[in-house]
Design a protein around this ligand. Sequence first.
Ligand code: SF4
Length: 492
Amino acid sequence: PATRRWLFADQLGPHFLDGPHQPVLLIESRDVFTRGRFHRRKAHLILSALRHRAAELGDQCVFVRTGTYREGLAECGERVSVCDPTSYPARRFVRRLPDVEVLASRGFVVSERQFAEWTARRGEGRLLMEDFYRDVRRHHRLLMDGSGPVGGTWNYDHDNREAPPRRESLDVAEPFWPTEDEIDEEVRADLDRWERDGDVRFTGTDGPRRFAVTRREALSGLRRFLSERLEQFGVYEDAMLAGDPWMAHSLLSVPQNLGLLDPLEVARRAEEFGREHDVRLASVEGFVRQVVGWRSYTWHLYWHLGREYKRRNALGARNTLPDWFADLDADAVQANCLRHVLGGVRDEGWVHHIPRLMVLGNWALQRGYRPDELADWFWRNFVDGYDWVMTTNVVGMSQHADHGVLATKPYASGGAYIDRMSDFCGGCRYDPKVRVGEDACPFTAGYWNFLAGHREELAGNRRMTRALSGLDRLRDLDGVLHQEAERGDGPP
Ligand code: SF4
């Protein structure tokens, strides 16, 4: 018989087993939640997913609820195999264990060996996401027409950058919302008790479970997204609406990162559905790009760039996260965009990729928050966050702390960008066009302050030339710098 397979809580789908009847070990470790503060909803999702999987597997599974993984393994008492886990500390840990066979990782569109071969073929050249994505599509024959892309274009990004419509919400069918059951009730009671006993401290607020934690729920979520929401997904993919945080996003990052859905299966179904139902190609391509492109690319770069990558700090950002930010205290914030987005993190543990990048990340970049601390904050507070997801996304993409390995320029912007891509500014006490004084938008002032503070590091970057010459023309720069120097680290 096959060796018992130990599954971590982000390896819960059928593709992590060698066959449908393979014996399984699941360990629920309470100690994981005592190492730093996690969002309460994230803890709920992980525990609910594990317990649901254990219930589904029944006698096929040994399910141990204990303090540490070591205790869980001892209680099981059998030799086990495990698919390589998803973080550096977890990999180091499993390699030191006796009686544990470590297999290659699973759950991504190309293996780590294939990615290593791909990078070797590229030699010294840059590892561009666009090249990786095209090769993945060729390799798996996704959205292909002969040897070229369906529709004649690989990338429809330019069709997917519309400003939001002038309405409060997108007017799209509701996402799939799961129905809670007695397992969720039990999880909630346990989390309440752990908090009461002082064993763990969470961030964020509790509320009805929004994301799929079983394979069945994940497939329902996928079907719902494809049939009711995919068409509208792409157009407003980069826009933000204060009254509609979900817009047409798939909400599938949680079940994908729990390992419940195989990304290739998700992409193939999107392609198939799009073809059969004549869905707008730019939306299908935009979604497939996120799933098999960006998601896989960040995963592989996490390993390729090495453990020390997380400590990179090319812009010398030294500020520790202030309490109001770390504790998700949105009520303390007056800046409407940040208040809404931080409130979304507090209430749901989720906002979509643009508020993450252009509001939270942009704010942190301007204020010089430490990239490694910020990456940890993101993975602990987002329901779909993991070290592998957030390290490359935050340190590289968002904070430019790798000096351009991942992104060719820093994602810093003033209030004008937020004003164009959202409806936040209309309801704000600040004015995105104003740089100095009572009404000065903290993002606009912060943007110029950021550019002035990093002029030398950014000077060699051709994509920053226009921004820096804008800085040179700013007549009130001294006023901006003075005002920003006076601003403490309190909420804006
Ligand atoms: Fe945000 Fe500035 Fe717009 Fe207010 S004015 S919502 S602070 S960008």
